[in-house]
Design a binder for this molecule. Sequence first.
Ligand SMILES: NC(=O)c1ccc[n+]([C@@H]2O[C@H](COP(=O)([O-])OP(=O)(O)OC[C@H]3O[C@@H](n4cnc5c(N)ncnc54)[C@H](O)[C@@H]3O)[C@@H](O)[C@H]2O)c1
Length: 382
Amino acid sequence: MVAKRKELNIGLVGYGFMGRTHSNAFLQAPHFFDLPYQPVLKALCARNPDRAKSFAENWGYQSVESDWRALVDRKDVDLIDIASPNDTHLEIAVAAAKAGKMVMCEKPLGRTAAEAKQMVDAVDKAKVPNMVWYNYRRVPAVVLLKSLLDEGKFGRIFHYRSQFLQDWTISTDLPQGGEGLWRLDVSVAGSGVTGDLLAHNIDMAIYLNGAITEVTAMTETFIKERKHNLTGKVQPVGIDDASAFLCRFDNGSMALFEATRYARGHKALFTLEINGEKASAAWDLHDLHRLEYFDHRDESRLRGWKSVHITDGDHPYMKNWWVPGLQIGYEHTFIHQVADFLIAVGGGKSVAPSFRDGLATDYVTDAVLASAKTKQWVKVPH
Ligand SMILES: NC(=O)c1ccc[n+]([C@@H]2O[C@H](COP(=O)([O-])OP(=O)(O)OC[C@H]3O[C@@H](n4cnc5c(N)ncnc54)[C@H](O)[C@@H]3O)[C@@H](O)[C@H]2O)c1
């Protein structure tokens, strides 16, 4: 029999794409991981009552709120999970921390580093557990790569390169703003692909390769005006459609990053490669279970890239799933994140990526945008 776990009441804000991945993760994590807490889907907050009710019924939320303030005020909610657009993160997170709740927040933490800093200060002051949903850190192949790097298998690191390519905003007829298209409205999103896509590449790079010290960047807005869904007027587009930067890491390596929503044919091509003195590795979200690995210490006659299928019981997280050789997918990264968070909280520990880690990425995205504007190298604060 499973020992009775302490219940942890979740209050979720937002029932969109991420609202679904998080709800699924809270439900699945206790089935597959030995957790100190049993997440309870206590309340869902969203502004459209009919749609909120039907989402709550589908996922098993016990109640519905239409204002996040009412959710934060509830005594029967322990953890506020923010899965709403970027312009809502600051206010909700700060209020949740002040109310003494644990806070999980979607990325990017703030629209700017200044916003993210206020969020870090709030959780530090309230001493509440916190985490940012940079879920790709919890792909088993990525965690394995991190262990190999920590073990020194790569030696000195020379290069890091990473891309995130999509193609869904190429049409000039696509409006900006409102439901489903808030990412094109700079006042809501904060920036374009820099905060939306490159933030993932940057968080992963900091996790794997350490701090980024300085950047030089360029951005482009290919379509300068779009109709705004909320005003009905054609308005200037304030987001970056594409963003690329060069940078230096604290460990002396140099790097290339690129993200765009104008790479026809690519839907979510998130890739990375790292080249060290002794070994190289590459990873691709479209084939997330494989780690491509090259080891220069192999016998020269047999030296070559290996494509390792990360599905064995001794690979990160995999013993909790099926049998060796069988894959897991995108949604499992969120399940891993919930499991790691609850285990850490149960042990009185913090877990990365914390709000402070989210701020580190926002410092880099701010520097990228500043460099693109000034056409100068920009140092990244730490
Ligand atoms: N970790 C990832 O890989 C990943 C992927 C997608 C999105 N995100 C992030 O998740 C967040 C949400 O993105 P999404 O794709 O789920 O968006 P979405 O548009 O699919 O859903 C947003 C939800 O928030 C609700 N909402 C908006 N304002 C609200 C308010 N004031 N109060 C309550 N609810 C409100 C909307 O009604 C909707 O239900 C963003 O910060 C985004 O950057 C992260």
